[in-house]
Each structure stands twice: as structure tokens, then as C-alpha cells.
Design a protein around this ligand. Structure first.
Ligand code: GRF
Length: 208
């Protein structure tokens, strides 16, 4: 992705509380940030993530897998809808569904994971880290590929594990670091561009 003359168009997909979305919305309020959220989509209704978008006056949409006969049908409906907003970038911000390779071929798609990728992929990163006994956790921002939390890494930020952490307290601290990392990286990508070559990701002057 190369930076254009206008703010980069971002579509954000959410499934829950949307604190990462909120961080992006807050950052986009500054014109110097270089990006704007043009739509927010979800795989379920009645979630705080959608409410945050509505309060910010951003168009929203919901596509539930259960409303489609097949997963492919859902995926192609989601792809068509996202395409309508002509995003430069799609951000999965706590979106609890895997998207198809067709979707990923069309849109540069980023996701965050509350653990040090490639370790501890999947739904229970912070709990798996505690079970393993790690002393340092992480938030990872990556380019989504066909796997689960396996894509090329854009940014990582370390978070210390406290003696008395449980999964919830550790995840909350990771999320604080995750939001700062996401806002910083998305802004730099919007302003400076991004290049992905194999597993190597570069943001900045050399980005094509
Ligand atoms: C984040 O920690 C993200 O990494 C994980 O789910 C959480 C979403 O939080 N996949 P929020 O909905 O942005 O508050």
C-alpha cells in the first residue's frame, strides 16, 4: 500500500467491546493522523463496538454467519459489502471470525493478537501464556494470511506478566499496549505506506 493524497480509508470489523476500534476512531479525529474509518462491520448485532461506531457517525453493517446457508455465502456477502467502502486497509479489531483467502486477496487486512506470535495462537492467548508460565507477554499486529494468527508481523510490544495475574488482568494490560501499537502502526502505514515481502514487513520510506 502506498500513501495517497487523501486520508487512507479503513474498514474495521468487530465482534465485541471495540476498544481497539475506539482508539482508532480517536486517532482519526486528528486530520494529521492520515486515515479515517469509513465503515464498521460486525458478525453479530448489539455489541458495544457497533455502538461506538454509531456514536461517531460511522456507517455500520452486520452480517451473521447463521443468516447464510453456507460459510462461503457469508464470506462473499462480507467481501462485497466491505468492497463497497473501497478500503485501503481492513482492520480486524477483535473480529472473531476467519475470513476467506478471496477476502484477503482483495484487501490488505491487519489483525492483532494478545500474545507473542507465533506462540500461543487462537482464542485463549493470555490464559495459554499463564499456563505456560511466561514472564513477558506481548501484543502482536500482523498481516492476516490464511492461518490462525500466523501472518507476517507488523509490530510487537512487550508486556510484563505480574505474579498475581489471571487471564483477565493480563489481557487488560495487553490491550492497553495493543491499542497504542495499533494506533501508531496504522497511522504510519497510512502516512508512509507498507511493503510485505514474504514474511518481512516494512513501513516507511521504502514502501511500495
Ligand atoms: C483484543 O485483545 C484482540 O487482540 C483480541 O480481542 C480483543 C478485542 O478487544 N482478538 P476490543 O473488542 O477491541 O476491546
Amino acid at each position: 500500500m502506498t500513501p495517497g493524497p487523501h486520508p487512507a480509508r479503513i474498514v474495521v470489523l468487530v465482534s465485541g467491546s471495540g476498544t481497539n476500534l475506539q482508539a482508532l476512531l480517536d486517532a482519526c479525529a486528528e486530520t494529521s493522523y492520515g486515515a479515517r474509518v469509513v465503515a464498521v462491520g460486525a458478525d453479530r448485532p448489539d455489541i458495544e463496538g457497533l455502538a461506538r461506531a454509531e456514536r461517531a457517525g460511522i456507517p455500520t453493517f452486520v452480517r451473521r454467519v447463521s443468516d447464510f446457508e453456507t460459510r462461503d455465502g457469508w464470506d462473499s456477502a462480507l467481501t462485497t459489502l466491505v468492497e463497497r467502502f473501497e478500503p485501503d486497509l481492513v482492520v480486524l479489531a477483535g473480529f472473531m471470525k476467519l475470513v476467506s483467502t478471496d477476502f484477503l486477496d482483495r484487501f490488505l487486512t491487519l489483525n492483532t493478537h494478545p500474545a507473542l506470535c507465533p506462540s500461543f495462537p487462537g482464542m485463549h492467548g493470555p490464559q495459554d501464556e499463564l499456563n505456560y508460565g511466561v514472564k513477558v507477554s506481548c501484543a502482536t499486529l500482523f498481516v492476516v494470511d490464511g492461518g490462525v494468527d500466523t501472518g507476517p508481523i507488523v509490530a510487537q510490544t512487550a508486556v510484563e506478566v505480574a505474579e498475581d495475574d489471571d487471564a483477565a488482568s493480563l489481557h487488560e494490560r495487553i490491550k492497553t499496549a495493543e491499542r497504542a501499537m495499533l494506533v501508531d502502526a496504522v497511522g504510519r502505514i497510512a502516512r508512509e505506506g507498507i511493503t510485505v515481502e514474504g514474511r518481512r514487513v516494512r513501513i516507511g520510506a521504502d514502501a511500495r
